[in-house]
Design a protein around this ligand. Structure first.
Ligand code: UD1
Length: 392
């Protein structure tokens, strides 16, 4: 008689396998962790599971669909107009206990969201080692982005393995006293994700028709909490840029946050060349970014995705934790002051030579192999393979 495989989450299918739980709750984390999940799946001796906090119910679920991922457990914490304290008070007590029930030998968190920090803290309380993907990014200003700069610093205090996307992010961690033992430069998993999706999914036909007719596309996103107090004025500045460029078509997938919706829709909803959409699935977003003349954004991920696709990015912030793209020339800081961002965007759209130079910049965020390197480092941590000689 054969013994059925153990598939429930409190046990292991194979007792020799190490269970690595990927924990995330927002749309960008799901997108950037999907390649890591696949790479772990392909690594002998490792068993990846997914713990969703459900911090962003609809936007997360849409992202999971695109990559055909199904969480093994879901804390479903999202509430309407949730505060940072609400999220913290709901995630911390549940996450560690759930990781234990899942048999986690390690948890991987990503970047700088409240999910990342709270899961890392809860795992630390349970004695479960934490691996930090997208570690070491620093803007140097605790208020910008808020609260993300604090979240990533705090997560770095708790982590055992750190996967820095660039040599610069590794230097940030070394400066904070991290030793080299568990510190790896891997590249950015966003590069892995955007190249895969933009390469296989065509642009939506109505946008392709505009490109075919010679109408340039500009993709806009804006959602940061520290930008929300002046988001209405920033949106009005974007409206003036759109009016000054009637030959361009602006597309803005508006974040579901009520604070963002209320600031943006009145200023931009009525312009003929400004299309406000629901949040887009990554399968629409990646080809849209690839087809755009310019991205104007306060997001972190779009800065890397623009760089990976060779699309110029105007960053609607005063500081960025992604300085490599500014140094390489593909990112330009436009700030969040309405008059200044209007001037910067107008200058960029009116100067094809400037945009051409930005397009030609080197991508500093990696070669699309970040997820594979992360899986190898996790396997090395568990003694399943040697530390390859070419690792930085
Ligand atoms: C969070 C991250 C930010 C990331 C962003 C991506 C933190 C502190 N910040 O910020 O780094 O760039 O996600 O989206 O974790 N909402 C919905 N439905 C959804 C998603 C959100 O209704 O599918 C609502 C929430 O109820 C909340 C608001 O939108 O009221 C904001 O969402 P939340 O995840 O709390 O913070 P973000 O500002 O999106």
């Amino acid at each position: 008689m054969t013994t059925p495989a153990v598939t429930h989450l409190t046990g292991r299918a194979d007792p020799a396998e190490r269970t690595v739980v990927l924990a995330f709750g927002t749309r960008p984390e799901a997108t950037k962790m999907a390649p890591v999940y696949r790479a772990l799946q392909a690594t002998p001796g490792l068993r990846p599971l997914i713990l969703s906090t459900g911090q962003q119910r609809q936007m997360l679920d849409a992202a999971l669909n695109v990559f055909s991922l199904t969480p093994d457990r879901d804390l479903n914490v999202m509430t309407d107009r949730q505060t940072l304290a609400d999220l913290t008070a709901r995630i911390v007590p549940q996450a560690g206990r759930t990781l234990r029930e899942m048999g986690a030998d390690m948890v991987l968190v990503h970047g700088d969201t409240s999910t990342s920090f709270c899961v890392a803290l809860s795992a630390f309380y349970e004695g479960i080692p934490v691996g930090h993907v997208e570690a070491g990014l620093r803007s140097g200003d605790l208020r910008e982005p808020f609260p993300e700069e604090a979240n990533r610093r705090l997560t770095g205090v708790l982590s055992t393995l750190d996967f820095a996307p660039t040599p610069g992010s590794r230097e940030n961690l070394r400066r904070e006293g991290k030793g080299d033992h568990g510190l790896f430069v891997t590249g950015q998993t966003a590069v892995d994700a955007v190249r895969e999706v933009a390469g296989r999914v065509p642009l939506r036909s109505e946008w392709q028709a505009r490109v075919d007719a010679g109408q340039p596309l500009v993709t806009v996103t804006m959602h940061r909490r520290e930008n929300q107090p002046m988001m209405r004025e920033m949106a009005q500045a974007l409206a003036r840029v759109a009016r000054a460029h009637p030959d361009h078509h602006f597309i803005y997938p508006v974040h579901l946050s009520p604070a963002v919706q209320e600031a943006v829709r009145p200023a931009l909803g009525h312009l003929p060349n400004f299309e406000l959409t629901e949040p887009l699935d990554y399968s629409d977003m990646a080809p849209l970014m690839a087809a755009s003349r310019l991205l104007a954004t306060d997001s972190g991920g779009l800065q890397e995705e623009g760089a990976a696709l060779g699309v110029p990015v105007a960053v609607l912030r005063n500081v960025t934790e992604r300085p490599e793209g500014v140094e390489a020339g593909v990112l330009k800081l436009a700030g969040n002051d309405p008059a200044q961002l209007e001037a910067v965007l107008n200058d960029l759209l009116d100067s094809e030579p400037t945009l051409a130079a930005m397009r030609a910049a080197r991508n500093p965020y990696g070669d699309g192999q970040a997820a594979r390197r992360i899986a190898q480092a996790v396997a090395w941590h568990f003694g399943l393979q040697d530390r390859p000689a070419d690792w930085e």
